[in-house]
Design a protein around this ligand. Sequence first.
Ligand code: UN1
Length: 513
Amino acid sequence: MASAKQAKAAKTVKTSVKTYQNYIGGEWVKSSSGQWFENVNPADTSDIVGRFPVSNEEDVNRAVEAAKSAAKRWRLTPAPKRAELLFRLGEILRENKEQYTRDMTREMGKVVKEAGGDVQEAIDCTYYTAGEGRRLHGFTTPAEMPDKFAMCVRQPVGICGLITPFNFPMAIPSWKLIPALVCGNTVVLKSGEDVPLSALNLVKACEMAGIPKGVVNLINGHGSDIGPSLVGHPDVRLISFTGSTETGRIIAEQCASENKIVSLEMGGKNAIIVMDDADIDNAVEGSLWGAFGTSGQRCTASSRLVVHKKVYKKFSEKLVERAKRLRIGNGLEAKTEVGPVIHEDAMQKILGYVQIGKNYDKATLACGGNRLTRGDYAKGWFIEPTVFTNVKPTMRIAQEEIFGPVTAVIPFSTLDEAIDIVNGVKYGLSSAIYTRDVNNAFHAMQELYTGICYVNSATIGAEVHLPFGGTKGTGNGHREAGTQVLDIFSEWKALYVDYSGKLQKAQIDQVEI
Ligand code: UN1
């Protein structure tokens, strides 16, 4: 995503702000351009978190070269040994959690408790996935002929390009990096340019854990400058991308022309169904958390609330009353519940959707909708939690991903109608239903066409040991996390061993038994 956060990018370095570097072949190096961009705190744009290298194709080539030279040794390192280093990495992440958490809030804006959850997700992913070093199960199966053995093993794919977004600055890089490594691949990571410090902290921790030189490489910079050269590099076998659906499609097209493996995690327009038999207070709390947690900047955010007509008024009133009371502010302050959005462009886009909701869709703006500009708010990108009511499922605010603290409350009469509404968007990441009726719950679980579905909780909060990903425009059929992620970062190899000592022909009609 092009970033207004970096409108002042590409400057030569000055003053006391800390300067960071790329990590290539086990060395911390500046970019070949010698230019830097500023990492700015979205809650206070006078606070410069650091300066990071503006990389270009030359840096990509060096990073891929480093990954290539480390590939064979790493691939041949036994998986349990690779995993030992990853367990050590988990320890280092745990020891430094507090520092990483504060760094993340400062560069990304999410409140400290959520940033801690993000780092924790990286820790959990690391421990869980490192355990795969002693599994990475293949299988055996009978062969068609006597004295013949058949089995399947996983083999690494090679060099992986990992491209990650701003909203989960450490968790999402870890979802890609750790399984790539345990499977025996080497990587080049290009993290979100708005949150370079968290990815750098993760990579630095890899270095501290003793992961060999060249196995993990980090390049900083703008997606538009380095993305195409990373995706197009002939030695990169796989691209794993999380970000916008538009960028994902461009990446997939480039990968298709070069027969690369590509896994995509993209947008969402997730919905919670609230049945008339639901615990309304619980549904309101879940909806607030799902819609306004991380300032709505999750691909799993509850950006539609599909509410039974019988409880619509009561639910909406309670929701609006609670939304108005959410404390907005700098995420570093303990009392803050909703932080800023990532940068000015994002803020303008979100405010643009508020205008669309009001003037084009003609929905009712029940609360919020404004940028906060008084006092300290003027220094950052703060938007009030925003609720639209009387929303029709086909309206733009009910169809398009807003990626901000905006949610749309849509009325319905029957569960099947609600399910059609939830399924009636181009995305399919996450869904939820609040109900006390077990039949409703199971019917919804069966019919909601999403990769993740919750009963009696919001659409956010997926755990690392279950598969994560979505249907339709959200992805291209892959799942991250869980053991399913191994199917992205390894390829199956079928092995046949004939120990009969003679030629046995397969796919030839055999003599009758
Ligand atoms: C994302 O929003 O891109 O399920 C990832 C969740 C988090 C991950 C979200 N564990 O909300």
